[in-house]
Structure formats: C-alpha cells, structure tokens
Design a protein around this ligand. Structure first.
Ligand code: TYD
Ligand code: MG
Length: 450
C-alpha cells in the first residue's frame, strides 16, 4: 500500500514545524500561527536530483560596494551598500528611519544612479515635503506610494537602488492576512529581498520594532536579510545611534552617531567631544571619564554614579547605559576588595548622553565613579580610567589601549589610569600626558580618592 504523505504545519512566526495542528506554537508560544504546508515534492526517480554545474568559485572578484555618501552609515554597513544585498533598518517610530533613507537616496542619486523609493506609509506629497525640508530635490529619485507590493517591485527593474518603507505597511495581493501580519511580513520581505538579488541592486527595507525593542514580525525576517541595522535614540535627545545587529559583510560592533537637526540627520564627527564636552572639567563627586571602544572608534564616556542612604532592607540598584548585573558585580568587588560598603545605600549609575557601554574596559571608570560618590570626593580634574576589573579587584589590561590613550590625550585629558600589565606607552607628541599604571582597584582608590 502506498504510504500517505504526512501533512506538516508550519508556524508563520518562528518557522516551527509540527506534524499535528495545534492552537499554540510549541516553538514560540504564539497562538493561531500554524498553518498546513504542502510536503515538498521530490522530482526525479526516487527523489534524485538533477545535476547542477558550479557557476563560480571562491576566487571570483566580489562586487564593489556603493558608498552611501554618509560616512557614519558606511562605517556601520562595513564600507557601503552591496549589490544584491538586503538590509533591514529597524527603529522606534519617529526616530528618523525614513529621513536617513531619504538622505541616503539623495546621495546615491547625486552620483547619477537611479533610485526607487517605495512607500506604503506616506504619500508622495508627504515624502516631497520632507525632501524639501532636507533641501533635497533630485530628479533621479522616483517615488511609488501604494500598499500592493508586487506591481511596485516589478517597476524596480532599471533602478540602481531600492527602498521599501516599511515591511509592515505592504500586502502581497492574493496572500491571506492583513498588512503587518506575520505571513504578510515574511512574504513582503522575501519578495523584496528576491528582487534585490534578481536585479543585483542594494535594497533597504524599514522594519518597525516591538515595545521590547526587537524587530517586529517573525524571527525569520532577520534571517532573510544580509544586514540588520538598528536606529535608536532617546526621546528627549537629538542624538541618534546606528548599530548593526547582524552583518554578513562586515563587523557588528561599529557605531554610527548622528544628530537630528532642523535639516535632517547630521553625522557627528567628533563624538567624544559631544559626550564629554571639553574634557575633565567636572569637580562633582561621582563623575568619572572612561574610554570605551565602539568598533574601531574610541569614545570618551562620562559615567555618573550616585549613592544615597536608604532605611529599607533591599536597597535599589538602578543603571542606565550599563547592565545592572555588571553594576552589582562591581559593587561586590568594591565591598570585598576595597572596603566600600553599599548595603545600606541605593545606587544609581548613568552613562551620559544615552550611550550604552558593553566594553569591559569601562569597568574601572564605573568603579571610580562609584567610589567617588561613596566617599563624596571628586576625581582629580583631567584624569580618565581604562581597564577591566576582575573579581579579585585586579585591573586587567584592555584591547587597543594605545588607541584609547591617544583619544584621551587628544581630548585634553592630562592622565589616564590603566592596568599595571598594560604595555601601552605615552602617545607621540603628547609629552604632558601621563599614563598611571595601577595593579588593583584599591591601589587606584588609595591614589585618587583618599
Ligand atoms: P521619520 O524619518 O519620519 O521617522 P521614522 O521613519 O523613523 O518614523 O522622522 C520623523 C521625526 O524626525 C519627526 O519627529 C521630526 C524629526 N525631523 C527633524 O527633526 N528634522 C528633520 O529635518 C526631519 C525631516 C525630521
Ligand atoms: Mg517612516
């Protein structure tokens, strides 16, 4: 008797496959997302495959990148747009995704390339209004504003750059679900990415994010594209940060910094100066400067700490810009290795300017800010701190410390405290700059906060 082929049920959210139809996906926990999918049909006798000839080997010359014309964006992309590459740009509503892309379109159009901007969110009039505000008037940027995606993608042939704004705003006619539903998002993204590959042009699509900060829609969306960029910024600040979550063609630790101005997004050329001002001018207890490496770029960060006595048995630990677990670890090191007791105090830490620090080299500056607040003594003016702190209270050397020291000297710092094991030497031409090598956090406190 011929064996009956089993039906499979696939989750539209996460791609989980089940042999029975269930209401709740065991993979991601979403309700009502499983739907039957026809079993794959094997062609040829006994499912044997037709022979394919290799069409290229690894020694082919890769395509050149197309510069976006915006240095901060190029850096995060890893050198510019890639032909046939699909990029997903996510961010909160109003953060400036459409503005950034319109500016990028204008730069590409200026080099004589033709650009197609497909919008499902705004009308051509609204886009033109924004372009006027940005001072852009490009004949080479064509607009298509509708919600049915396929006819617009068909119109993309002959263009050199494609923008799809946004993946949640379009529908594929004939497919079930409303615009923004998991299955529509998956189909829209896959058609857009296929168009980019077929035409061999760069394509960027905008993606909304959820309240938790992840890209909205099925997880598979992020697998379908080559690059995932996240654009973020504090609501009350004009600074905008661009990071790559995933990049098949470059590093993911580069950071692009912009300022939203009256005339659109302006790249910040000297971010250290923006985050630290004129360099070491604060004589308030609880403020310390650290040098964090964001990709290939060192950045002076201002760490602020505040400790405040509390009568409650469970004191608060609140951190913005660093992880709370890291704050707790450093407080434990300060207590056990340096005798700074925090058990009766609420502790708050903030990294100024909305920066978020992952670099372990910021540990020492966080410890310095915390100890300065607990002892109510300011850190000497013009001193910054570079080093990872271990559980034994030792200061460990960091990567690329020469780069960090040069940045500190350039910004006018007089001295940097680093690990005793750090081989770094004084940056050239900075004879007034001192490198103070210290073995442990307690030795650092002994010297600066006594
Ligand atoms: P927008 O690009 O529409 O955001 P998104 O596409 O991410 O939703 O940006 C809109 C915000 O940016 C809006 O709050 C106004 C502000 N903005 C400026 O401050 N300056 C400008 O030149 C432009 C075009 C927008
Ligand atoms: Mg928009």
């Amino acid at each position: 008797m011929a064996k009956k082929s089993a039906a499979r049920y696939l989750c539209a959210e996460c791609g989980y496959m089940s042999l029975t139809l269930v209401g709740r996906c065991p993979g991601c926990g979403a309700w009502g997302t499983l739907s039957p999918e026809a079993p794959a049909v094997m062609s040829g006798a006994a499912g044997w495959y037709a022979k394919a000839e290799p069409i290229a080997s690894l020694d082919i010359v890769p395509e050149e990148r197309i510069s976006s014309g915006i240095a901060e964006l190029d850096r995060v992309l890893g050198g510019g747009w890639i032909k046939g590459g699909a990029v997903l740009l996510g961010g909160e509503p109003g953060v400036g995704k459409s503005t950034l892309l319109l500016q990028a379109c204008a730069f590409i159009a200026q080099s004589g390339r033709r650009v197609l901007y497909i919008s499902g969110e705004e009308s051509a009039g609204q886009l033109a209004l924004r372009a006027r505000r940005l001072g852009i008037s490009e004949k080479n940027v064509d607009l298509l504003c509708n919600s049915d995606l396929l006819p617009m993608l068909e119109a993309a042939s002959g263009y050199d750059f494609l923008v799809v704004d946004s993946v949640q705003a379009f529908r594929i006619d004939g497919e079930s679900g409303w615009a923004g539903s998991p299955s529509q998002v998956r189909n829209v993204a896959s058609h857009a990415a296929m168009t980019a590959k077929a035409l061999s042009i760069p394509m960027v699509m905008v993606g909304h994010i959820t309240k938790q900060g992840a890209i909205a829609g099925p997880k598979i969306l992020e697998h379908m594209v080559d690059v995932v960029l996240l654009f973020s910024g504090e609501r009350n600040s004009s600074h905008r940060l661009l990071r790559a979550e995933k990049n098949r063609y470059g590093a993911t630790d580069e950071l692009g910094i912009f300022e939203m101005s009256e005339k659109g997004l302006v790249p910040v050329i000297d971010p250290s100066r923006m985050y630290w001002g004129t360099g070491g001018s604060s004589d308030t207890p609880g403020v310390a400067a650290g040098v964090s490496l964001e990709g290939s770029r060192p950045l002076i960060a201002e760490i602020q700490a505040l400790s405040c006595a509390t009568p409650f048995p469970y004191p608060k630990r609140t951190a913005r810009g660093i992880e709370v677990n890291r704050l707790q670890l450093l407080l434990a090191v300060l207590e056990r290795r340096c005798g700074i007791f925090s058990r009766n105090s609420d502790v708050y830490v903030n990294v100024a300017g909305g920066l978020s620090l992952q670099d372990p080299a910021a540990d020492l500056s966080i410890c310095a800010a915390l100890a300065s607040s607990f002892r109510d003594l300011p850190i000497p003016i013009g001193v910054c701190f570079i080093g990872e702190v271990g559980l034994a209270g030792e200061i460990r050397p960091t990567t690329k410390s020469n780069l960090r020291l040069r940045e500190a000297a350039r910004l006018g710092f007089k001295a940097a405290v680093t690990s005793a094991r750090d081989p770094a030497e004084r940056p050239e031409g900075q004879s007034g700059f001192e490198i103070i090598k210290v073995g442990s956090v307690s030795a650092m406190l002994e010297r600066f906060l006594k």
